[in-house]
Write a protein that binds this ligand. Structure first.
Ligand code: ZN
Length: 394
């Protein structure tokens, strides 16, 4: 399985550094057939190009333990510290079938496995079906080819394929009555429960920041882009928006929770705008033909970078007033100061990451334009060294 970006929560929701996997590991072709078989029931059939001795899927909290049932006779699943392992007592196998029930829980540090939409539809995070396989003592990444089928009458919307890592991590697939609609260059699928102010804010900020990034960074979108918005837990107190951008996989997914979602308040519009501008900044960080975000990369580079790119875009497009930009910077500066400037915590990655970019003395636009050119020229991931080289040349 290949790397993907961690969560980019505007606030409340916590996350850690991205789950990263060894790069350039050998791969094995795997056909994955995901079928929606009943309202809350799914069936997954894996077919491996060659016999394997185990399937190793990175642990996702309680999800597999609670909701997965291995159907293939003689085979079982065991949860280890970091992986859920499906095996057949050491015997090689070429197929494996599991039954999965829709899971409503989730781990704060992970993508949500399932989202329920107000139209009765469900989206499934395909990345949770992907991982590695073992052949004896050798570990290979799945090079996955998905086939998706819904219930009768159900519309299935597949996430774009992974451009930077063919066969790599895929985003959310939607099963339900809705159709995606075109909004500029992106396709959007918005939960019908989404209140008007939120729909408007996501679409408006998405369109304006995209147009800005395209012009400022002199790059067009490389990915086919599918934006999904789902609403969950409207009974819970407060408000949270959690956005995720899946590296090279052409998808931004937002999950909004809390009863304040029904309130159109300027502060909430601001939170949402910042989050959308941040996610779109990642899309542009990834608008390169190779390189971008590497396994060993410090997350403060892409997260702090996205924060700085977002503030610039929000200011330049007039979506944020100068005061709002300054207030956000001041808040992040205070957070970073409390952390002693370190980027080894979730808050530090964002707050001190932003501070580090602010202190470089090079404009964020020329800096990231050079970063994108450098990653593409060498194939190397964004790095501190790349930043240093660019800064010293300016
Ligand atoms: Zn982010």
């Amino acid at each position: 399985m290949h790397r993907f970006l961690g969560f980019c929560a505007a606030f409340l929701m916590l996350s850690v550094a991205p789950l990263l996997h060894a790069e350039e590991r050998p791969e094995l072709a795997v056909a994955v057939d995901l079928r929606h078989v009943a309202q809350d029931l799914w069936r997954v059939d894996y077919r491996f190009a060659q016999a394997v001795t185990a399937v190793k899927l990175p642990s996702i909290g309680e999800f597999r333990n609670k909701e997965w049932k291995v159907l293939t006779p003689g085979m079982d699943m065991k949860s280890r510290a970091d992986f859920d392992v499906i095996a057949s007592k050491g015997k090689p196998f070429k197929t494996a079938s599991v039954q999965i029930r829709t899971f409503d829980g989730w781990s704060p540090k992970e993508y949500v496995s399932f989202n329920r939409f107000g139209d009765g539809g469900t989206s499934v995070y395909l990345g949770h079906l992907q991982g590695d396989v073992e052949q004896g003592g050798k570990t290979l990444s799945m090079h996955t080819d998905f086939k998706l089928s819904g219930l009768a009458q159900e519309n299935v919307i597949a996430p774009p394929t992974n451009r930077l890592h063919p066969g790599g991590v895929r985003g959310y697939a939607y099963f339900g009555p809705a159709q995606a609609v075109l909004a500029g260059a992106a396709k959007v699928l918005i939960d019908p429960r989404t209140p008007q102010w939120l729909r408007e804010t996501i679409l408006d900020v998405g369109a304006k920041t995209s147009a800005y990034y395209e012009k400022a960074y002199q790059r067009q979108l490389k990915d086919e882009l599918l934006i999904m918005v789902s609403i969950g837990n409207v009974e819970s107190s407060g408000f949270s928006i959690k956005g995720g951008t899946i590296m090279g996989a052409g998808q931004v997914s937002y999950r909004v929770e809390g009863k304040q979602v029904l309130i159109d308040h300027p502060k909430l519009r601001e939170y949402v705008s910042k989050n959308v501008a941040h996610e779109m900044a990642h899309i542009w960080q990834l608008a390169v033909s190779r390189g971008a975000i590497g396994d060993a990369q410090d997350p403060w580079i892409h997260e702090g970078g996205a924060e700085a790119m977002a503030l610039d875009a929000l200011a330049q497009t007039g979506l944020f007033s100068e005061e709002s930009v300054q207030a956000y910077r001041a808040k992040q500066a205070a957070t970073c100061e409390k952390l002693g400037g370190a980027v080894d915590t979730y808050d530090g990655i964002y707050a001190c990451g932003l501070m580090r970019f602010d202190k470089l003395g090079v404009g964020i636009v020329p800096l990231w334009r050079s970063m994108m050119a450098a990653t593409e020229a060498s194939g190397a991931a964004y790095s501190q060294q790349m930043i240093d080289t660019i800064v010293s040349a300016k």
